[in-house]
Design a protein around this ligand. Structure first.
Ligand SMILES: Nc1ncnc2c1ncn2[C@@H]1O[C@H](COP(=O)(O)OP(=O)(O)O)[C@@H](O)[C@H]1O
Ligand SMILES: [Mg+2]
Length: 384
């Protein structure tokens, strides 16, 4: 059989240039609702991608289409250069870990890890050594004889990871496997996922609603809302230059100010013109139209009322509440000059206590670079 594709000599360099995953205009509809709309991205080999979004944003649907548990109503998936639209999940090069680990309770850890090898008809003589190797990889050496109920939550997680990876799939898919863990165990397992992923170099797609996890773990981040990809990029970029007000909000921006866009760019609120920065041309506000400005609490500096910054740059405001968090103090402020708008500020060097009590007059200031401007019509529920 000959085809154009096969006629092209496939060098090693060529194979390495082919991305691990390509999603091309993927869509999936349930009834009349699109759970996923027009999702396109590519993921290079060896990279760790996190799909970040709130519940119901379409993350699992996207992962199911990559895995083959669901068929797309539109678009295509390519894995390692091959179109897989008609390939069932068990014939795709993927290992998966879900929130429900679904370990077999009657089998030992080693038995659970061996299971995918038996299903794939690995040489039985090769299986024990391979199981040992993966027990070691997930730091469970010597515990292979235990059943799941004889293991801690974290150890069960490790069995599930080993089981997903033992047959050395090209792609690891994680659907919120850490969502039900307590914070400490979750942070430990996040670092373990990263270590194992780096050790094996396995391309990974991780789904989560936890923004911190996305930033800590990933080479690339996709932010989703309402079945759509709002932004795709490196963690630093998504953090520093959110392309959409929702992305800013989801990545922890505490203050959204509303006003009218002016050239510059700037936002006008009452009598004050606040210069800012539009992180993305596609979502930049147009002069004369409603705008929203996103401002991170930790970018707002707070001064005693008498110790104001350069004239014309600060705002007088009143402390309404303080939250002492040990290494930082969060302030809730009211800014009369901006129409009694509420603002959040963080003091990152509180010296062990909140310096300003509720009721105190203070001054706040920020750099125009930190005031992120967007077209207000992108925000649901925005004032017309
Ligand atoms: N099998 C299904 N039948 C009907 N609606 C579904 C089904 N699966 C998902 N949905 C809907 O699709 C949307 C996206 O779901 P999902 O991909 O599970 O989101 P996430 O994983 O981000 O929470 C939701 O509104 C959800 O209710
Ligand atoms: Mg989900």
């Amino acid at each position: 059989m000959t085809s154009t594709a096969e006629a092209v000599p496939r060098t090693r360099a060529h194979a390495e240039a082919v991305p691990a995953v390509e999603a091309l205009g993927l869509g999936r509809r349930y009834g009349t609702v699109w759970a996923l709309e027009d999702a396109s991205f590519r993921l290079e080999r060896g990279q760790f991608l996190t799909v970040l979004g709130p519940s119901g944003s379409g993350k699992s649907t996207l992962l199911k289409l990559v895995a083959g548990f669901e068929r797309p109503d539109r678009g295509h998936v390519r894995l390692f250069g091959a179109e897989v639209d008609t390939v069932p999940p068990h014939r795709r090069p993927i290992g998966m870990v879900f929130q429900r680990l679904a370990l077999f309770p009657h089998m030992t850890a080693a038995g659970n890890i061996a299971f995918p090898l038996e299903m794939r008809r690995f040489d039985p003589r090769e299986i024990p050594a391979r199981v040992e190797r993966f027990l070691e990889l997930v730091r469970l050496r010597g515990l292979g004889h235990r059943r799941p109920h004889e293991l801690s939550g974290g150890q069960q997680q490790r069995v599930a990871i080993a089981r997903a990876l033992v047959f050395e799939p090209g792609l690891l898919l994680l659907d919120e496997p850490l969502a039900s863990l307590d914070v400490r165990l979750k942070e430990e397992m996040q670092l373990e996922f990263r270590r194992i992923q780096r050790e094996l170099g396995v391309t990974t797609i991780n789904v989560t609603h936890d923004q911190r996890e996305a930033l800590v773990l990933s080479d690339r981040v996709i932010v989703m809302q309402g079945g759509r990809i709002l932004q795709e990029g490196e963690p630093e970029t998504v953090w520093r230059d959110p392309a959409h007000p929702f992305v800013a909000r989801f990545l922890g921006v505490g203050t959204m100010l509303r006003g009218l866009a002016e050239a510059g760019p700037a936002i006008r609120i009452g009598d004050r013109r606040l210069p800012g920065r539009a992180p993305n041309p596609a979502t930049a506000p147009r002069p004369g139209r409603p705008a929203v400005a996103a401002l991170r609490a930790e970018r707002v500096r707070i001064f005693a009322a008498s110790g104001s910054p350069a004239p014309g740059t600060g705002f007088a405001c009143r402390v309404t509440d303080t939250v002492f968090e040990g290494d930082r103090v969060l302030y809730e402020l009211i800014v009369p000059e901006l129409g009694e708008v509420r603002l959040r500020a963080v003091d990152l060097d509180p010296g062990g206590h909140a310096r300003y009590r509720p009721g105190t007059q203070v001054t706040v200031a920020w750099s125009p670079d930190d005031l992120l401007l967007f077209d207000a019509s992108l925000e649901p529920g925005s004032d017309p």
